[in-house]
Design a protein around this ligand. Structure first.
Ligand code: NAD
Length: 247
């Protein structure tokens, strides 16, 4: 299979896009470390699905914003599987508000999870990949990081930061055989967007040339491509999975 003998770490993999990515990678033959922040039962359900497919998985609780927590995750992953070939930095949160109403703690929470979390995981796991002289890193950005969005200054700043971080890492890690790319989803139907009203969802779909929200599985397909041998000469790129919304 496409990812036979590969070991993948997917952050925030208990639901939404991370869950779909974990399942897609497992279906392609990878052993998957399912990281979750709070919902152990949901993470176990992903593990059960992977086991049912004949695959192998490890569930690890860790807060990506905390370096020690990430170091513990990596220790457990190495103890279980001996190597890490793929890192999907997917974990993310929103704390939306207009600037004048945005609390400092909402700014910090989003930057710490969505940007520092990627720094923590990449720094810790790239160390493993550098020794292996190979690896694929995917960072979850967003179209909002490219276009900006009123009410999402924290989220947009973090997601734009992810693109700059991705390009820098692509340059820094290329000589070690590691590729680093970003995926920028548009409006994807997950729990993150479930909070939006039907009216807002309809308005959003109206701004998408393909005329609908995307699915988590459609984002997972793009990740699968970028971590596969079909994408060995691609690094430092941001692949938009947005139905043509931003072009
Ligand atoms: P989601 O809320 O369904 O899932 C996010 C996951 O991240 C959850 O499982 C959550 O527990 C986990 N997480 C949050 N904080 C964490 C932490 N500190 N440590 C570990 N895990 C943590 O959201 P989703 O829609 O699946 O989004 C996944 C990624 O895709 C996020 O980075 C998000 O910003 C990005 N994205 C989503 C959309 C969309 O429309 N849904 C669009 C663009 C980008």
């Amino acid at each position: 299979m496409l990812l036979d003998n590969k070991v993948a770490v997917v952050t925030g993999a208990s639901r939404g896009i991370g869950r779909a990515v974990a399942l897609a990678l497992a279906q392609a033959g990878a052993k998957v470390v399912i990281n979750y922040a709070g919902n152990a039962a949901a993470a176990r359900e992903v593990e059960e699905k992977i086991t049912a497919l004949g695959g192998e998985a490890l569930v690890v609780q860790a807060d990506v914003a905390q370096l020690e927590s990430v170091e513990d995750l990596v220790k457990q992953a190495i103890e279980k599987f001996g190597r890490i070939d793929i890192l999907v930095n997917n974990a993310g949160i929103t704390r939306d508000n207009l600037l004048m109403r945005m609390k400092e703690e909402d700014w910090d929470a989003v930057i710490n999870t969505n940007l520092k979390g990627i720094f923590n995981c990449t720094k810790t796991i790239a160390r493993v990949m550098m020794k292996q002289r190979s690896g694929k890193i995917i960072n979850m950005s967003s179209v909002v990081g490219v276009t900006g969005n009123a009410g999402q200054a924290n989220y947009a700043a973090a997601k734009a930061g992810v693109i700059g971080f991705t390009k820098s890492m692509a340059k820094e890690l290329a000589s070690r055989g590691i590729t680093v790319n970003a995926v920028a989803p548009g409006f994807i139907a997950t729990d993150m967007t479930a909070v939006l009203s039907d009216q807002i969802k309809e308005e959003l779909a109206g701004r998408v040339p393909l005329g609908r929200l995307g699915s988590a599985e459609e984002v997972a397909s793009a990740v699968l491509f970028l971590v596969s041998d079909a994408a060995t000469y691609i690094t430092g790129q941001t692949l938009h999975v947005d139905g043509g919304m931003v072009m």
